[in-house]
Design a protein around this ligand. Structure first.
Ligand code: PMP
Length: 432
């Protein structure tokens, strides 16, 4: 048993001054039981907690640390930028350089605006889409997460294709009724919504590969079908690539699947670990953004010089080392093959979804293609599996409904360590 008395004590203390003891809910381990570990430092594939325990990383700060922690190329750029002041609130050369770099990497982006989080990126993107089309409604998919903007905290009423119902107190009915929801991978459901709301839908927003209900892949023809529908109906197609951008390919899921949206939202890797987001797209749409156009969006710290230095170093590295993506996929393939072999030996047949360096093991035997099928997972079993892996020094996302991220710091030895731990944890989860 790993001991974590210092983390346990800190968690008790944290709950007195921070809601739930954490600054973002899923960090609290509520879905898996037990207390979160409080981290002190990280290097490469390893995280170190307050008790001196070491963990092998498969979350990587929820995606950004694709090169592992404290990557020198990023840290050096940050250290070089610090003495020149932490913020100007005035334009800098580096903001042009990073914009040009993003335009050169992401197929849909001709112009881009930097913000400070993925949430800001998606909130801003739908405002621009509404301003551009003069329409109010948006369509999102069940189980897709686009940050905590009011318009996105909406769940579908028991599968019915109806007006949105707020998912969180504090989201008004007025806001909710402009968000329509459809099951992921159901082009028919989207078409029905568009028909029922003729000329009222401003945007369709989705994760082109969904990572927020566990990893769920777009079925053949789904992305292209949405593209065609948006073209026919004058709807702005937005790919939320906060997670998949610079992760699945240098140009994100849109490059991998060869479908180009009208707008894209970015986050996570784009800041190399600093708080950064961005939204961009076609020139004629982005020219609606102030001060070029009438749609207001601003930020005191947007384009922050330290964050831009980190992002620039990260993106430049990825653009110049695109073999990273084939290497990451190979590593992830070995992990997934190892899990499959373990399951075969143990007589288990759970579903694994994978794209590139993202994957999820779902504790269900059904194929997982949308939120309904994701919810057939045995989350209690997942909780036991998670805690067993943690005991063995493997740090997973503390929820069944998250994807795992592999970094370039995961070597062959660490793959073996993961696969061995997985075998034992699967056994233990079933015995307890
Ligand atoms: N969109 C997607 C697809 C995400 O995965 C996330 C965060 N996990 C967000 C938006 C929100 O980003 P942030 O947490 O930086 O606000």
């Amino acid at each position: 048993m790993t001991q974590a008395p210092a983390s346990n004590e800190l968690f008790q203390r944290a709950q007195k001054s921070i809601p739930g003891g954490v600054n973002s809910p899923v960090r609290a381990f509520r879905a898996v039981g037990g207390n979160p570990r409080f981290m002190v430092s990280a290097k490469g594939p390893y995280l170190y907690d307050e008790d001196g325990n070491r963990y092998v990383e498969f979350i990587n700060s929820w995606g950004p640390m694709i090169l592992g922690h404290a990557a020198e190329v990023v840290n050096e750029a940050v250290q070089k930028a610090i003495p020149n002041s932490l913020s100007f609130g005035a334009p800098t050369r580096r903001e042009i350089e990073i914009a040009e770099l993003i335009v050169s990497m992401v197929p849909s982006i001709e112009k881009v605006r930097m913000v400070n989080s993925g949430t800001e990126a998606t909130m801003s993107a739908i405002r621009v889409a509404r301003g551009f089309t003069g329409r109010d409604k948006i369509i999102k998919f069940e189980g897709n997460y686009h940050g905590h903007g009011d318009s996105f905290l909406i769940a579908a009423g028991s599968g019915a294709i109806t007006l949105g119902v707020p998912d969180s107190p504090g989201v008004t009915k007025g806001t909710a009724q402009d968000t329509l929801t459809a099951p992921y991978n159901s082009l028919d459901a989207v078409k029905a919504l568009v028909d029922a709301n003729k000329d009222q839908v401003a945007a369709i927003i989705l994760e082109p590969v969904a990572g927020n209900m566990g990893l769920v892949t777009p079925q053949q023809g789904f992305l292209q079908g949405l593209r065609d529908l948006c073209d026919q109906e004058g709807i702005v197609l937005i790919f939320d690539e906060v997670m998949t951008g610079f992760r699945l390919a240098a140009g994100g899921a849109q490059e991998l699947y060869g479908v180009t949206p009208d707008m894209s939202t970015l986050g996570k890797i784009i800041g190399g670990g600093m708080p950064v987001g961005a939204y961009g797209g076609k020139k004629e749409i982005m020219d609606f953004v102030a001060p070029a156009g009438p749609v207001y969006q601003a930020g005191t710290l947007s384009g922050n010089p330290i964050a831009m230095a980190a992002g620039m170093a990260m993106l430049t590295y990825l653009k110049e080392h695109q073999e990273v993506y084939t290497d990451l996929e190979k590593t992830t393939n070995s992990i997934v093959a190892g899990i499959k072999q373990n399951m075969q030996q143990l007589g288990l047949n759970y579903t694994i979804n994978q794209v590139g360096s993202m994957f999820s093991l779902f504790f269900t035997e059904q194929p997982v293609v949308d939120f309904e099928t994701a919810k057939t997972s045995d989350t209690a079993l997942f909780g036991r599996y998670f805690n067993s892996m943690l005991e063995k020094g493997i740090y997973l996302a503390p929820s069944q409904y998250e994807a795992l991220f592999v970094s370039t710091a995961i070597s062959g030895d660490l793959v073996d360590q993961f696969v061995q731990a997985n075998y034992e944890a699967l056994q233990e989860a079933h015995n307890n």
